[in-house]
Design a protein around this ligand. Structure first.
Ligand code: FMN
Length: 335
């Protein structure tokens, strides 16, 4: 029996942020009592030098502070990404800032990197003592001027480094002003070069290599995607996550929620995410692994991303609509 199918109508009666908290707390209690999703037999994969038991991961943003790591791992993910975390705690945008659009299997969010700051996240990671593959996704504080953005990423990288299996550089949230300007040309080369140099220093200091991935938007044309691929190869970044949410709401048609500011995810972002993934995979030609995210609502969606060239995949909005069963279904489909 799919318990989530029973719970979902109740959760959907709550405002989305409360439902999010209730669902995660329920999962935390269930996992603390020893509950685990029925084990789906997965195919292990190597990603950025890391050994994953299966290629299905949790995307960033669901557990921004790393408060639910062990609970989420009970769902059978091959890897878990927490964050986005910023150097200092910040409240994010005023509520309401999260919207479900059930008729489109979609979510709009303009959370704005609400989080408790990197020090709190690290304390949570330490307490979790998680043995699986853990990504930490880093961003910049809203109050940090864009010309100082690299400083925030450097703080995140330095503090997260000893505690992460890999680190994701998020330059694709639509909810931090001008953040997406970092996605191309000189800005991107300079930022990634700076972070690669820091990674080399931290590798020496800690005696452990922690790979760096960069997360990009679905709202990029072929030339922009090729530019990113070129810079990633040049700077020897270890992986690319494609994609974040989209600012294109046209797939929502006449839905009144199409007017809400923020990033759209779930089924309506699938086509754009898949297009960017395919363009990117062909541009990097296997030299750098790509992680596919965006619009995975079924095992078939995950399997298609793998056929398009993704080494691994990540899910978020699909969990809202499908619940825990989605993880096992994707793991099975990616065998
Ligand atoms: C409510 C919400 C919050 C998110 N927060 C973050 C975030 O903090 N950092 C990030 O890199 N991506 C964030 N994302 C984007 C997801 O990680 C994912 O890339 C995107 O939603 C596409 O996947 P999906 O269609 O499976 O949701 C967020 C998505 C949602 C729905």
């Amino acid at each position: 029996m799919d318990v989530y199918a029973l719970l979902r109508p109740l959760l959907f009666r709550c405002d989305p942020e409360s439902a999010h908290r209730h669902a995660l707390n329920a999962l935390k209690y269930a996992a603390a009592c020893g509950w685990k999703a029925p084990a789906a037999e997965g195919t292990p994969v190597k990603l950025m030098g890391l050994d994953l038991p299966n290629p299905v991961g949790l995307a960033a943003g669901l557990d921004k502070n790393g408060e639910y790591i062990n609970a989420l791992s009970a769902l059978g993910f091959g890897f878990i990404e927490i964050g986005t975390v910023t150097p200092l705690p910040q409240a994010g945008n005023p509520q309401p800032r999260l919207f479900r659009i059930p008729e489109h299997h979609a979510v709009i969010n303009r959370m704005g990197f609400n989080n408790d700051g990197i020090d709190r996240l690290i304390a949570n990671v330490r307490a979790a003592n998680f043995k699986g593959v853990l990504g930490i996704n880093i961003g910049k504080n809203a109050a940090t001027p864009m010309e100082r953005a690299a400083d925030d990423y450097l703080i995140g990288l330095e503090k997260a480094y000893p505690h992460a299996s890999y680190i994701t550089v998020n330059i694709s949230s639509p909810n931090t002003k001008n953040l997406r300007d970092l996605q191309g040309g000189d800005e991107l080369s300079k930022l990634l070069e700076t972070l690669k140099n820091k990674q080399a220093a931290l590798h020496g200091a800690h005696g452990r290599y922690v790979p760096l991935a960069v997360k990009i938007a679905p709202d990029l044309d072929e030339a922009q995607t090729a530019d990113i691929a070129r810079i990633v190869l040049q700077t020897e970044i270890d992986g690319i996550i494609a994609t974040n949410t989209t600012i294109d709401k046209s797939a929502l048609g006449a839905s009144p929620l199409a007017q809400e500011a923020g990033g759209l995810s779930g089924a309506p972002v699938r086509e754009a995410s898949d297009r960017v993934l395919a363009n990117l995979a062909s541009a990097v030609a296997g030299k750098v692994p790509v992680i596919g995210a965006g619009g995975i609502l079924s095992g078939e969606d995950a399997a298609r991303k793998r056929r398009l060239g993704a080494t691994a995949v990540q899910v978020y909005s699909g969990m809202v609509y499908r619940g825990p069963a989605l993880v096992g279904e994707c793991v099975g489909a990616c065998r």
